[in-house]
Design a protein around this ligand. Structure first.
Ligand code: FAD
Length: 320
């Protein structure tokens, strides 16, 4: 069953780090050095994304294996339905099961590059719900399953005014509930910058009977252009005070990063003040902002930051 403790039952606040597969072999090695420095802070798990359209399938599988068995951190692998006939899905699941990985983030995925609507491929799945059902029916309780939740509703139903209609928002929630009822253990949310919207989403989920832990996905602002690109793509609401704070410093990268750490810290403080004990950090493969936020929150020790690399065995000892 689920091994990821997204729903901390003690008073301790737990956190997790998300990474994506780098484009080059050097990038991969850098990422593993970074992970070694980050896991000393005891994240409850780390996860690795599945490149859009399955573009990084082999690399994601390899990285997940190395995270679980060489970095030795509880690992969750993302898996999407885009371009994936069931044989490929099962190959991915069989591979990670053989490597001792017990956590999957089950996603539909975005439409393939150049298309704007998701289309189910022959022999594949139409949505994350299908994937969750498949994993439960074929693999029983072996995997802990996480699914994606959208505090502002999925971008497909966000209108040109930047919001989803109340009806579409409720439909999205009802669908999320179906994913949980089909076997998901945990929800991680899409990034957001309006903390009140996240807190409302949690209440709305509870109101319709979603009981599993709902983990806020926090993306520290690192870079102004990247922030605009990401929030544009996800149709994320940007509160006026954030725009006002960023506008005068947008060309000063260091100031933007410092503001990102400040904002992330304040968002997490507010979330924790509402009794939520789980934080998921979208690291974008960078360590400083995520660690600075956790340090500000008193969740990690400064003395452990950037300590010398621990020795680890050569990388050819793991199985793929
Ligand atoms: P679904 O849960 O299937 O839902 C998508 C939308 O369709 C929702 O609005 C839902 O209400 C509607 N819908 C679908 N099926 C039904 C149905 N049967 N009945 C009613 N409504 C339905 N993408 C990647 O490519 N790789 C990643 O690694 C990745 N990681 C992510 C991690 C997180 C935490 C999040 C939030 C997103 C991630 N994504 C990733 C993006 C994700 O793939 C896209 O947002 C995608 O468009 C939707 O995936 P989903 O699993 O949320 O889809």
């Amino acid at each position: 069953g689920a091994t990821v403790n997204g729903g901390s039952t003690s008073d301790k606040v737990v956190f997790s780090f998300e990474f994506f597969p780098p484009k080059t072999q050097d990038g991969v090695e850098n990422l593993f050095e970074r992970m070694d420095r980050m896991v000393v802070h005891n994240p409850s798990f780390c996860d690795i994304t599945w490149g859009a359209g399955g573009s990084t399938a082999d690399l994601t599988l390899e990285i997940a294996n190395r995270m679980q068995n060489v970095v030795c951190v509880e690992t969750m692998m993302h898996l999407t339905c885009t371009n994936m006939p069931v044989e490929k899905i099962d190959h991915a699941l069989d591979t990670i099961r053989a490597n001792g990985i017990q956590n999957v983030l089950a996603l539909r995925g975005d439409p393939p590059h150049g298309q704007d609507k998701f289309v189910q491929i022959q022999g594949g799945f139409a949505c994350a719900l299908d994937l969750v059902k498949h994993i439960r029916s074929k693999y029983g309780d072996y995997f802990g399953i996480t699914v994606a939740g959208y505090p502002e509703a999925h971008p497909d139903v966000i209108g040109s005014d930047g919001v989803a209609t109340p009806e579409n928002y409720q439909k999205d929630l009802a669908y999320l509930k179906q994913k949980v009822e089909a076997g998901a253990d945990l929800i991680i949310t899409q990034l957001f910058y309006d903390t009140d919207l996240f807190l409302k989403f949690v209440n709305d989920c509870r109101e319709i009977g979603i009981k599993c832990p709902i983990v806020p996905g926090i993306m520290p602002i690192n870079n102004y252009k990247g922030f605009l690109r990401m929030t544009g793509f996800c149709k994320t609401k940007i509160p006026a005070e954030i725009t006002a704070a960023l506008e005068p410093i947008k060309d000063n990268e260091e100031a933007v990063r410092a503001y990102g750490v400040h904002l992330g810290t304040e968002m997490c403080k507010k979330i924790m003040a509402h009794g939520i004990k789980t934080l998921h950090l979208y690291t974008l493969n960078m360590e400083k902002s995520a660690l600075a936020i956790l340090m500000n929150l008193g969740l990690i020790e400064e003395s452990k930051i950037a300590r010398p690399l621990p020795w680890r065995p050569p990388t050819n000892v793991f199985r793929v």
